[in-house]
Design a binder for this molecule. Structure first.
Ligand code: FRU
Length: 547
C-alpha cells in the first residue's frame, strides 16, 4: 500500500478510500458547495453503489460527510445510481436519481432533504411513491438511466431528459412534470444519433452566445445556444454538440450535423481520461461548473492494493467560445489559484531539437501557464516552401506516434512528471502542421506512452486539433498533481486529462522540462510555474464544518 501511496493526489477530490465514479447532484446551498458521487463503501472496485457526499466553501477544500443515500429500498437495492438536483422557485431542492431495482431494472426515483434548514443536507428522504418513472414500452430495462436537472418549459412545466438507446441508436427521452411525482412522456426525443450506443449521463443546458457568464438551466431565448452532452458507454468519452433547442416539442438540433453528439469527429469535453461528467449552475457566482469522474489507467489489482480508485477532475467553468462560435471553453475554477504558492517566470527561446530543464524544484504539484510563439522566419520558411508537404489532414495525436516524431513545426511543449534522465516523462505539446489549403493547423496532445515503467498501465497518446485564430499565440495551462495531468489548450478549447503512474518521477524526484522537438522551428516560450499547495480534504467532524 505505502509503495503506491504517492499516487494519491494533493488537491483533487477523492474519498478517503475505496471506489468512486460519477459526480451526482452538484449544487450550492446555504453557503456550501455540495458534491455527491457514486461510491462503493466496501471495495476499490465498482459495486454496492451508494451516494457519497462532501461539502466545500470553495470547490477546493472539502469535508467528507456521511453517506447521503444507501441502497435500502426495492427500487434501488442494486444501486443508488446517478442523478441530478433541481432547485424549485422557493429555493427547495428535489433530487432525481436512477435506482437499479431488486430485479436490476433501471427506474427513476425522487428524493429530497429531510431538513431544509440544515446547510449540510445530511439526511435525505426517499419519496414513498417511488419509483416515479419506469422504462417506457420499447426501452430495455437496463437502458434507462441518469436523469438530468429539470428546466422550465414556456408552459411553466418542468422538463427532464434521460439517456437510453434503441438498438444501436443513442437517444435521449423527454418527460414533462409539474410535481416531480407524475410525468408525461413526450412523443419526440430530445435527440438521437445512430450508431452511438447507450447514452449515459446526458447533460443539457443553455450557454450565452455573447457573454462569459453561466446560465441557469431554464434560461432560453434568441441569445442562447443549447449544449447536449452524452457519455458514450461504448467508447467511454464525453461528447457534446452545440445546437438549438425547441421548447414547443422538446427537441434539439445540432448546428453542424456532421459533428453531432457521439460521432467520431464530434467535439469532446476532454480527449483524455474523463467520463460521466455533469454540470450545474452555480448561483453563488453566476457560472456553470463542470464536474467529471477521472478513472484510473492502471490495473484493478493495483487499485485494490492501494485501496482506492478514481478522482474527480478540478471543477471547470464552462462557457460558449464567442470567438470561434463553434465550441465550448473550459477552465479550472478560479478558486484553484488560492493554492498557488511560489512562482517562477521564464522567457526562453528554444531551437529545433532541444530539451531544457526548468528549475522549479519538486514538480509533483504544479500549475503552469504558458505562451508559445514560433519564430517568424521559421514560419515563413515553411509556409513559403511548396515542397513542404501538407500533413495536417493526416495527423492525429493518437495515431501519429507521439512526441518523439518530429515535424517541421512541432512538437513543442513541456514534459511533466519526468525523471532527471527522462526515463519517465509525460509530454504535453502542440504540433503545428500545414494543411492542403496551405493554412497551419494546430494539434494539442499528451503522450503518456513513456509516463511510467510500470507494465500494468494503459499509456495512450491523447489529443485533438485546437482552433487557433489569427493573431493568437499558442497557449496552454497544465495542472500537475502526482498521478493526474490536466491540460488546457488555447484557453480551454481543447482539454486533455491523463492519469499517469511514474515509479521514479515522484515527489521531489519529479522534474519539469521544456522541449522543442520540431525540425525547423525555433520557438519562444514565456511561462509561469507555480508550486501548488495541498488542499484540505478532511474527515467529518463538527469542527470541520464550523464557520
Ligand atoms: C456512468 C454510469 C451511469 C450509472 C452509474 C452507475 O458511469 O454507468 O450510467 O448511473 O454509472 O454507477
Amino acid at each position: 500500500n505505502s509503495m503506491l501511496s504517492w499516487q494519491r493526489t494533493a488537491f483533487h477530490f477523492q474519498p478517503e478510500q475505496n471506489w468512486m465514479n460519477d459526480p451526482n447532484g452538484p449544487l450550492f446551498y446555504k453557503g456550501w458547495y455540495h458534491f455527491f458521487y457514486q461510491y462503493n463503501p466496501n471495495a476499490a472496485v465498482w459495486g454496492d453503489i451508494v451516494w457519497g457526499h462532501a461539502v466545500s466553501r470553495d470547490l477546493i477544500h472539502w469535508v467528507h460527510l456521511p453517506i447521503a443515500m444507501v441502497a435500502d429500498q426495492w427500487y434501488d437495492s442494486n444501486g443508488v445510481w446517478t442523478g441530478s438536483a433541481t432547485f424549485l422557485p422557493d429555493g427547495s431542492i428535489v433530487m432525481l436519481y436512477t435506482g437499479s431495482t431488486d430485479k436490476a431494472v433501471q427506474v427513476q426515483n425522487l428524493a429530497y432533504p429531510e431538513d431544509p434548514n440544515d446547510p449540510l443536507l445530511l439526511k435525505w428522504v426517499k419519496f414513498p411513491g417511488n419509483p416515479v418513472l419506469v422504462p417506457p414500452p420499447g426501452i430495455l430495462p437496463k437502458d434507462f438511466r441518469d436523469p438530468t436537472t429539470a428546466w422550465k418549459t414556456s408552459e411553466g412545466k418542468w422538463r427532464i431528459t434521460i439517456g437510453s438507446k434503441l438498438n444501436k441508436t443513442g437517444i435521449s427521452l423527454v418527460y414533462d412534470t409539474i410535481d416531480f411525482k407524475t410525468y408525461e412522456k413526450l412523443d419526440t426525443l430530445l435527440h438521437r444519433v445512430p450508431n452511438t450506443g447507450m447514452w449515459e449521463c446526458v447533460d443539457f443546458y443553455p450557454v450565452s452566445k455573447t457573454a462569459g457568464n453561466g446560465l441557469d438551466t431554464s434560461v432560453n431565448g434568441p441569445a442562447v445556444k443549447h449544449i447536449v452532452k452524452a457519455s458514450m458507454d461504448d467508447t467511454r468519452f464525453d461528447h457534446y454538440a452545440v445546437g438549438t433547442y425547441f421548447d414547443s416539442n422538446g427537441t434539439w438540433i445540432p448546428d453542424d450535423p456532421t459533428i453531432d453528439v457521439g460521432m467520431s469527429a464530434s467535439l469532446r469535453y476532454d480527449y483524455g481520461k474523463f467520463y460521466a461528467s455533469k454540470s450545474f449552475y452555480d448561483q453563488n457566482k453566476g457560472r456553470r461548473v463542470l464536474w467529471s469522474w477521472i478513472g484510473e489507467s492502471d490495473s484493478e489489482a493495483s487499485d485494490v492494493q492501494k485501496g482506492w480508485s478514481s478522482l474527480q477532475g478540478i471543477p471547470r467553468t464552462v462557457v460558449f467560445d464567442t470567438k470561434t462560435g463553434k465550441n465550448l471553453v473550459q477552465w479550472p475554477v478560479e478558486e484553484i489559484k488560492s493554492l498557488r504558492l511560489s512562482s517562477k517566470q521564464f522567457d526562453l527561446e528554444v531551437g529545433p531539437g532541444s530539451v531544457v530543464p526548468v528549475d522549479v524544484g519538486s514538480a509533483a504539484q504544479l500549475d503552469i501557464e504558458a505562451e508559445f510563439e514560433i519564430n517568424k522566419e521559421s514560419l515563413e520558411k515553411i509556409l513559403g516552401n511548396a515542397s513542404v508537404v501538407a500533413e495536417a489532414e493526416e495527423f492525429s495525436c493518437e495515431k501519429s506516434g507521439g512526441s518523439t516524431v518530429r515535424g517541421a513545426l512541432g512538437p513543442f511543449g513541456f514534459s511533466v512528471l519526468a525523471t532527471e534522465s527522462l526515463s519517465e516523462q509525460t509530454p504535453v505539446y502542440f504540433y503545428v502542421a500545414k494543411g492542403t489549403d496551405s493554412e497551419l493547423k494546430t494539434f494539442f496532445c499528451t503522450d503518456t506512452s513513456r509516463s511510467s515503467v510500470a507494465n500494468d498501465v494503459v499509456k495512450p497518446i491523447y489529443g485533438s486539433i485546437v482552433p487557433v485564430l489569427k493573431g493568437e499565440k499558442l497557449t496552454m495551462r497544465i495542472l500537475v498533481d502526482h498521478s493526474i495531468v490536466e491540460a488546457f489548450g488555447q484557453g480551454g478549447r481543447t482539454c486533455i486529462t491523463s492519469r499517469v503512474y511514474p515509479t521514479t518521477a515522484i515527489y521531489g524526484a519529479a522534474k519539469l522540462f521544456l522541449f522543442n522537438n520540431a525540425l525547423d522551428a525555433t520557438v519562444t516560450a514565456s511561462f509561469t510555474v507555480w508550486q501548488m499547495n495541498s488542499a484540505f480534504i478532511h474527515p467529518y467532524s463538527d469542527e470541520a464544518v464550523r464557520a
